[in-house]
Design a protein around this ligand. Structure first.
Ligand code: GLN
Length: 301
């Protein structure tokens, strides 16, 4: 069978003869101790697409094609990074969220499937695509507001984050997705946060919620490569952000406006009582696909 390089237009013999197929097989075997078989195969497909620029079908058709030296270098570097437990999304610079391909970096959390479920809840609650004003607090990659804006083009969507790196990445994502969003770089814990905000119909947040003590039990994949500022809260006050956002929302939400939170699975009852104590109505807890308490919704009276 004819061998050829993917960035050239003539066949070349290759000493190592690393083909698309052997690269994929080598990779999934090499990371087999870190990931289960299905995950390793997914990672293999994402990486081979990143390296060759070819979709899955083209990679099957050209499975015996050699990688170029440059592609092989990238393969070796990526493999070393994966073995050091770097997330595949940081190697490709991309991740999927609610059907959208978004840029990610070490400045933001890689969007999680649990957060897609939060977006799903919000969209299902309001099938009429309201032209409302919404705010996402701690937006990171911008995944929540971008997904919402795609479904509610008439909504006026605001997004806040303390991190300049997150705001700049989220701004790029919003522009790539053609979803205009008003980004505000601001610490929600600062007393100034409410001054820069308009009145709102919905406030959403997936704030940092993991107590520092849990850091030791987490995968290096998360703790070594994702931003601590997006993940951890002091053991002494794990609900810090929920308390602050509940107060901000009392000030900024219209009557009947809604607050949606992603939460730590161990704090469902605590977040619910906090919201009830602050006077919210219809406080409701929801589980994620793994059956863990993961989301709370409340209505401002
Ligand atoms: N769900 C994320 C994780 O497990 C944490 C998100 C957060 O702290 N807001 O890594």
């Amino acid at each position: 069978m004819q061998k050829y390089r993917f960035n050239g237009d003539f066949p070349v013999d290759h000493l190592n003869n690393m083909t698309i197929q052997s690269a994929f097989a080598g990779l999934t075997a090499a990371i087999g101790h870190l990931y289960d078989a299905r995950e390793a195969a997914n990672i293999g497909h994402l990486l081979m697409e990143h390296i060759t620029g070819l979709g899955k079908l083209d990679r099957i058709v050209h499975k015996d094609g050699d990688l170029t030296p440059a592609q092989e270098d990238l393969y070796q570097q990526s493999l070393a990074a994966l073995l050091a437990q770097k997330p595949i999304q940081h190697i490709t610079g991309k991740s999927w969220f609610y059907g959208l391909e978004l840029l990610v970096s070490d400045q933001v959390l890689i969007p999680r499937p649990e957060t897609e479920e939060l977006v799903e809840w919000i969209l299902k609650d309001h099938p009429s695509q309201p032209a409302w004003r919404l705010l996402d607090i701690g937006t990171g990659s911008g995944c929540i507001p971008i997904a919402l804006k795609k479904h509610w083009p008439a909504a006026d969507i605001w997004a806040m984050d303390v991190s300049p790196g997150a705001i700049s990445l989220a701004t790029r994502n919003a522009s790539l997705q053609h979803t205009p969003i008003r980004f505000v770089q601001q610490d929600v814990l600062s007393p100034d946060a409410s001054k820069v905000l308009p009145s709102l119909n919905i406030i959403i947040s997936n704030p940092p919620y993991i107590p520092e003590t849990e850091r030791a039990d987490m995968q290096a994949l998360v703790t070594a490569f994702e931003p601590s500022v997006a993940l951890f809260v002091p053991d002494s006050d794990p609900l810090l952000f929920y308390r602050r956002i509940a107060l901000l929302a009392l000030e900024k939400l219209e009557t009947g406006g809604k607050l949606y939170f992603e939460i730590h699975e161990s704090f469902g009852q605590e977040v619910m009582s906090l919201l009830e104590k602050e006077g919210y109505a219809e406080v409701q807890l929801r589980q994620d696909m793994f059956g863990k308490d993961r989301m709370v919704r409340a209505v401002k009276k």
